[in-house]
Design a protein. Sequence first.
Length: 631
Amino acid sequence: MKIISRLWSNINLKTRLMSVTTLSISILMSSLTFWALTTIQDYSVSTEIRFSRDLSMLFTYNLTNLIDSNNYEELRSFIENIYLSTSSIKYVQVFITKGNFSISLPFYDNSFHKLLQLHQNILQLKNQDFTFNIPIVNNSTIFNYSMTNITIPLIKNGRDLGVLNLGINSNPNIYLASKLIGDVTLSVFVSIWVMVIISSIFNFMIITEPVKELLFGINSISSGNFSQKITSSFDGDLGDLIISFNKMSEHLESYEKKNVYELTSEKAKLETLVSTIADGAILLDTELRLLFVNQIAIKVFNWSNKDLIGTMIFHHLPLHVNEALLPLLNRMVKTNCLEKNFPQAQEICINLNYEFFKTFRLVLATVLDQKNQVLTGLVITIQDITREANLNQAKNQFVSNVSHELRTPLCNIGSFLETLIDYNFNLSFKQKMQFLRIAYSETQRLNRLVNDVLDLSRLESEYNYTLQPTDFIQTVTSIIRTSEIIAFKKRIQIVCEISIYVKLILAHESALCQVLSNLISNSLKFTHSGGKILVRIYPLLLRDNYDKKKESLFSNIRLEIMDDGIGIDKNFHKQVFDRFMRIENYVHTLEGTGLGLSIVKNIIEKHNSKIYICSEVGVGTSFWFDLFVVN
């Protein structure tokens, strides 16, 4: 049932209506045919029964007179003559009540017993007030013959003389008609369906299919497929229509190829020109749909593997870009379309952070129809100004930081010298010496700042160090000895762990000394009294199983400087290597130029390595880097 329901749901409405109509007509015609044939058959049967009944009644009249007169010989002769002269009579059986006498033609032994049983039934019906003057008629098959059986009681003057059982051959056509009615009814039903199916096939092949093919061709032409042709051939007006359609399709296809070639050539020239420029380019229509995007713009907005053409631009932009860009675009469209005012190009700067943080300048301009001066689109030019913005920011930050760092010691020196000049006679010798020492200290601070700025400037240039074999142990030892004086005053312990397998490394000795000095100086600066600084130098193994006899198993050594000082918050791990970045700006306890770690980072990079940091507030800080070993 589900399969039938699914198949029915897949049939279109027209086919459904046609099927229901055909079914209704076929059922109606079959019913009418069945009713007509059945009516004819019933009439034939009733006619035959009336004939048999009339014949038997005529036969009965003569029999009752002969039986009543007890003239059995004449009775037998009469029955025999009637039986032999009437071909439609199949058998005659007469049962005479008086004396239980019977006559049967033809004679059968078992017929007598049937007559006895029949007579008993008749007597039983008589006792039940059966009206004996009405014959009993039925149809049966006896001896492989279909016949009409008529049982007539022989009554005269109210006396029961006997029973006549007469068998008359039935008309065989009547019984063949019973089977024929079903066959004819079924044939009518099937014939209607066959005619409908043949008509549908003929209609589909001759009319429907060509019309559908023509309609499909028209839809293809309207959708821009001018190469569509109709291959079917027909005669008459339909054939002429198809020929005209194919000619029209050929003309349209020719015009299309010509126009497409011209447009493609112009588009290729434009795309080649736009693709060669270094800036990104986006072309929009008046509804802000994307019409063209060059590869630079796709790369800027990370639009690779996206279907862009024909979609709204704001579906593909980050939220902050839409908030800045859409008001300008909408205002430009409104101004041009409604107010017929053509403003100058506008520009905005946006920041994008897909793989790298970059700054871009977006220049917005209108595209006008030169003939009608109507807005046809908008152009967005994208310029990468990241380097320009970074340089400008670095310049401003550098000038600001250097100005601040120079102003503070200069103000201090000026203040103390001014005090010495104004109050020279009122100050004691001890106070004067204190002021002079402070002024000298600030002068040294200025000197260090200038030297650091010069060092950083030199390091950030394209100048590269000449790396030579250097005794790393001796270099580290000398720096630690120098730092132990300050560590002793602050009661800070410096522990040095150096592997015996560390000998010569590739380095610039003076630059490496500056790195070690800055890192240890930072640890001393940010470690409280009673703290500890650990300097570790060890080789990096190339295999898990280290053989002491084979020193060539490692090619790098690592230097770690760890302290248990105040630590650095994770938010500042990336910023500690920036210029003028000082942790004391956030703890407000120490002073410095803020250039030390920036110098360290640049020196390590000149050694083809990187410096790393691991720190936690209140726990301590660890810096480490790797250097190449001299084989």
